[in-house]
Design a protein around this ligand. Structure first.
Ligand code: NAD
Length: 259
C-alpha cells in the first residue's frame, strides 16, 4: 500500500508508546490519523500535533468503539489501515501462598477476564468493525486495507505472573492467520508484531537501573527497543503488499526467563 495523504489510519492506544510512535511515523508519510484511546489529554495533544483526530474510545465497549469509528470516518474518511496497540497487563500468580501467613489464594477471575477483554476481545472488536468498513472501499492496486496487531513475546515465553497477559497475547497470535484467511477475498491483510521489551510509558515507572538491567538481557542490541523501531515494522507491514498472515517477534533475540 502506498502511504500518502489519500490514506487514513486508525491507531488504538495511539495516545502513548508504540501506538503514538506509529501514528507519528504514518503521519510523516502524509497518512491521516485517528487516535483511539482512553487517555484524552495525551490523545488530544498528539492528534493536534499530527493534524489528526482524537476519539475517546474504550476498546472493551462496543458502543464506544462504534462511536469512535463514526467520528474518525466523518473527520478523515474510511480507514484503510488499522493499528491495534491498546493494551495492558497484570502480574498475579495462578495460585500462591502468602510468604508471612501461609494463606493460599488464587488469581481473581475478574482480573484475568479484564486482560482478555482489553487485549484480545478489544483487538478483535476493532478488527471486525474496521474490516467491515474497509470492505465498502474500492481496492487500490489490488488492496483494500492492512491491519497490524500487537501481541508480545509473552505469547510464547510468558513469565511468572503472566497467565492472563500471555493468554491474551497468545490469542492475538492465534487469530492472526484465520483472520487473514477470512479477509483474503476482500484484499485486506492482517499481521501481528510480538514486541520484546520496549522503552514506553508502560516501563516509565521502572527506575533507570531496572531499565538498564532489562536492556542488558537482550542479546543484541543490548538495550530496550525504541518505539520508532516498532513503528518502522508496523509501517512496513502496511506498505509491503506480500506481508500477510504473519506473526513477527521484534525483540533483539531475547527469550524471556521464568522471572
Ligand atoms: N512496551 C513494551 O515493552 C511492550 C512489550 C510487548 C507488548 N507490548 C504491547 O504493546 C501495546 C502498547 O504498549 P505500550 O508499551 O505502548 O503501552 P502504553 O501504556 O504506553 O500505551 C498503551 C495505550 O493503550 C491505551 N489503552 C489501554 N487500555 C485501553 C482501552 N481499554 N481502550 C483504549 N485504549 C486503551 C492506554 O491509555 C495507553 O495510551 C500493548 O498492547 C502492550 O501489551 C508492549
Amino acid at each position: 500500500m502506498k502511504l500518502d495523504s489519500s490514506i487514513s489510519a486508525v491507531i488504538t492506544g495511539g495516545a502513548s508508546g508504540l501506538g503514538a510512535a506509529t501514528a507519528k511515523q504514518l503521519a510523516s508519510y502524509g497518512v491521516k490519523v485517528a487516535l483511539f484511546d482512553l487517555n484524552a489529554e495525551k490523545g488530544e495533544a498528539l492528534a493536534k500535533e499530527l493534524g489528526g483526530v482524537f476519539c475517546e474510545v474504550n476498546v472493551t465497549d462496543d458502543a464506544s468503539v462504534d462511536a469512535g469509528f463514526a467520528k474518525s470516518r466523518a473527520a478523515i474518511g474510511q480507514e484503510r489501515i488499522l493499528i491495534n496497540c491498546a493494551g495492558t497487563g497484570n502480574a498475579i500468580k495462578t495460585a500462591s501462598r502468602d510468604k508471612n501467613t501461609g494463606e493460599v489464594s488464587h488469581f481473581p477471575l475478574d482480573k484475568f477476564n479484564m486482560i482478555i477483554q482489553i487485549n484480545l476481545v478489544g483487538t478483535f472488536r476493532c478488527i471486525a468493525k474496521s474490516a467491515a468498513g474497509m470492505m465498502t472501499l474500492d481496492p487500490i492496486d489490488g488492496e483494500r486495507g492492512a491491519i497490524v496487531n500487537t501481541a508480545s513475546v509473552a505469547a510464547e515465553d510468558g513469565q511468572i505472573g503472566q497467565a492472563a497477559y500471555s493468554a491474551s497475547k497468545g490469542g492475538v497470535v492465534g487469530m492472526t492467520l484465520p483472520i487473514a484467511r477470512d479477509l483474503s477475498r476482500e484484499f485486506i491483510r492482517v499481521n501481528t508484531i510480538l514486541p520484546g521489551i520496549f522503552n514506553t510509558p508502560l516501563l516509565a515507572a521502572a527506575p533507570e537501573p531496572v531499565k538498564q538491567a532489562l536492556g542488558a538481557q537482550v542479546p543484541h542490541p543490548a538495550r530496550l527497543g525504541n518505539p520508532e523501531e516498532y513503528a518502522s515494522l508496523a509501517t512496513e507491514m502496511c506498505r509491503n503488499a506480500y506481508f500477510n498472515g504473519e506473526d513477527v517477534r521484534l525483540d533483539g533475540a531475547i527469550r524471556m526467563a521464568p522471572r
